[in-house]
Each structure stands twice: as structure tokens, then as C-alpha cells.
Design a protein around this ligand. Structure first.
Ligand code: FES
Length: 373
């Protein structure tokens, strides 16, 4: 198929699934511990070189926690030398004075630091660690090395009521950019969906708070607020379309058009250990499976919005309705939209303590991953 497919713009290098945190809303695959063999440095260099040759312009070093890889500085320097704009997506754990100095020297352009909450109690509870103060120190370190302060906080029922304090904390840290991204329900977050999903009222209140801050702080800090798609009636243009701009490479070398695709049935995802990036991107059956519109069924096939939302998210269509080629059930035109409404209702019952049958939060850990089916 289509050699006319555009080249990837974004390479997400998921260097490792090891992570010192145990976030209950992590989007990594629940069974990550079954895929532990990591690519070596040379193979990552090949991936980076080939993706750049194809036209990719931005690279995100992510995980797990990418700082757990000793070769991070080398890979950043290599990517920068080839002309990539380099991003580090990190929890900050392991970012010492020495390492940030080396990363700066290697040419790292941008660091995105994640926070879980404005309070030590909730930060430490949600991650199953004691990392609150450490993250504050890392934020100061990032600032003192001349990087823009870019903070990310994943929102859910537990921390949405703290949104004003989270913004205050970000402003105190001198944040230039704050991403308040409501949980997207993949991986561990999907497992914990009923406990994490907010009520519509919580979301509305939080959005009002965000808008008031936006008006007050203006350009000093840009605040992005991403609403969970379960509360929408049209789906998100996931990955801007399958195989359109985004190429993710997992720690074990599996190449994916999105983080969650590994769970889709009937597709064999190529591995960078034995397939060139060019062949993966243009010729693999998996990357072509949902590219363009040839795979669409009703109601997407004749929908006026198909060019902008691309039918929504393939992974969500499979997770919620069992059909990866169907419309994303977030869409009110989907015959499975009721599944989304039911999930929201169930979460509300749980939030109002009317449903005590729901399991407690399952934290991301190697042990829990090995137990997962
Ligand atoms: Fe896979 Fe949306 S997460 S297509």
C-alpha cells in the first residue's frame, strides 16, 4: 500500500518500561513485565538514524522512566546531532545535577516533568512512592539549567478538586507551560477506570477554575486542559490518524502506530530488530491496517467528520466494542455509545459510594503486571 503515506513526524522512543513509580493511571501495557528484553544502544541508534532519514523531526525519550537507561545522554546527543528536536518525558526521578548537565551538553532541547498532585499525601499515594519533595528539587534543577518549565499533571477523580492548588504550585515553580491532561483510559488507567473517572460536575468545576486562571495569568503560563473523551459526543482524532505522523518504538523493539496498539487482535507488529523503519512505516500490514479511510464502516464511512476525527481511536473501539474497525464508541453515532455512557454512570455510582463492589486501585508494578492476563 500507499507509498504516498506521509513520513512520520514524531518518534516516541520508549526506552524502558522499568519505572520507580507505580502510578495507577499509567498508560503502559498492563502486561509490560512480559516484554522485558530491552533494545541495546546500537539498535536504538539505528532506529533514530533510520527514522530521521525518513523525515521524523521530533523525538520523545519516554518510558517507564527513561532516566533508568545509562545510555540516555548518548542517545540524546546522537539524535540531536542528526537534527532531531529532542524531548525528555520524565517523572524526574534520577535527574541529578550531573545528569542534567550531561543532557544539556548532549543538546537536549526540552524536558517535560510529570507531577501527580499539589499535596505530598496524594502524590505519594498515587505513585506508591515518597517522591513529592524530590520532584520539587528536580523542578528547580530544570529551571536553573535554563530549560523552560513544562509540567504535566494527569487529572482524575482524586486530584481534580485540587486543580487550583496544582496551578498555584506550577506558578510558584515558574512554569511556562502546564498540561492538565485528564486520564485517558488505556493500560493501567483502563483497569482502574471506575475509580479514576470523575463526575461531570467535577470536570465542569475544574474547567471553570482553569479558565479563571487563564484569564488571570495570560501568557505567563499557558495552561492546557484536556477533557476525558468519555464525556464528549465526538471522538478525538487519535494519533492524528493511524500511521499518519506518530511512530512509537517499545522497549523490546516492537514498532507501533500508538501506545496501546499492541492489544489489538489480528495484527502482527513488526520489530525494529529485524525490519527497517522504512519498511515498517510504509509496507507493514499493521501500519497500513487503519491508515486512510479504506477500512471504515458505517457510520464512519459516510460521515462528514471522518476527515478530521479519522473515526476516533482504534484501540478504544476494540477495548469498548470489540471491533477495531468500528467507530470509536465515544461518538454518539456509534451503536455502542451506550457502553461509554454506562462507564460514566458506573463511575458516578462509585464516586457517590453507592457501589462498593469495585476493586481497589491496582498500582502499576512488576508483580501486578505478571499477574495480569
Ligand atoms: Fe491506539 Fe488510539 S490509542 S489508535
Amino acid at each position: 500500500m500507499p507509498k504516498e503515506a506521509p513520513p512520520p513526524l514524531w518518534l516516541l522512543a520508549e526506552l524502558t518500561w522499568r519505572c520507580p513509580l507505580h502510578c495507577a493511571f499509567c498508560y503502559n501495557p498492563v502486561d509490560f513485565a512480559r516484554h522485558e528484553a530491552e533494545l541495546d544502544t546500537q539498535t536504538w541508534r539505528n532506529v533514530i538514524r533510520e527514522a530521521r532519514a525518513l523525515g521524523a523531526a521530533q523525538i520523545g525519550f519516554s518510558g517507564g522512566e527513561p532516566l533508568l537507561r545509562d545510555d540516555l545522554e548518548e542517545l540524546v546527543g546522537y539524535a540531536r546531532g542528526l537534527g532531531f528536536y529532542t524531548n525528555l518525558i520524565t517523572s524526574g526521578i534520577g535527574l541529578t545535577e550531573v545528569r542534567i548537565g550531561k543532557l544539556k551538553e548532549a543538546g537536549l532541547d526540552h524536558i517535560q516533568l510529570s507531577f501527580q498532585d499539589s499535596t505530598r499525601e496524594l502524590n505519594d499515594f498515587l505513585t506508591s512512592t515518597r517522591t513529592f519533595e524530590l520532584k520539587q528539587r528536580v523542578a528547580r534543577l530544570i529551571k536553573s539549567h535554563g530549560y523552560p518549565m513544562v509540567l504535566n499533571c494527569v487529572l482524575h477523580r482524586y486530584n481534580l478538586p485540587h486543580v487550583a492548588q496544582i496551578i498555584e504550585m506550577a506558578l510558584d515553580m515558574g512554569a511556562e507551560y502546564l498540561e492538565l491532561a485528564n486520564t485517558q483510559y488505556y493500560g493501567w488507567a483502563l483497569l482502574n477506570r471506575t475509580q479514576l473517572m470523575p463526575t461531570a460536575e467535577q470536570l465542569r468545576e475544574a474547567e471553570d477554575v482553569v479558565n479563571a486562571y487563564r484569564a488571570r495569568v495570560g501568557e505567563r503560563c499557558r495552561i492546557l486542559f484536556v477533557v476525558p473523551d468519555y464525556f464528549e459526543v465526538r471522538p478525538k482524532a487519535c494519533m492524528n490518524g493511524w500511521g499518519s505522523v506518530f511512530l512509537a518504538v517499545s522497549p523490546d523493539g516492537t514498532a507501533l502506530p500508538c501506545h496501546a496498539a499492541r492489544s489489538l487482535p489480528g495484527l502482527t507488529f513488526p520489530n525494529v530488530r529485524d525490519t527497517a523503519i522504512k519498511d515498517i512505516w510504509y509496507d507493514s500490514a499493521a501500519f497500513n491496517a487503519y491508515r486512510g479511510e479504506h477500512w471504515m464502516k458505517e457510520p464512519c464511512r459516510d460521515c462528514d467528520e471522518r476527515h478530521t476525527d479519522h473515526g476516533g481511536c482504534r484501540c478504544q473501539a476494540y477495548q469498548l466494542a470489540g471491533d477495531a474497525a468500528g467507530a470509536d464508541p465515544v461518538c454518539s453515532k456509534s451503536s455502542h455509545h451506550g457502553v461509554v455512557e454506562q462507564a460514566v454512570k458506573l463511575a458516578r455510582r462509585h464516586a457517590e459510594a453507592h457501589d462498593t463492589t469495585v476493586q481497589p486501585l491496582v498500582f502499576r508494578s512488576r508483580e501486578n503486571s505478571l499477574k495480569a492476563r
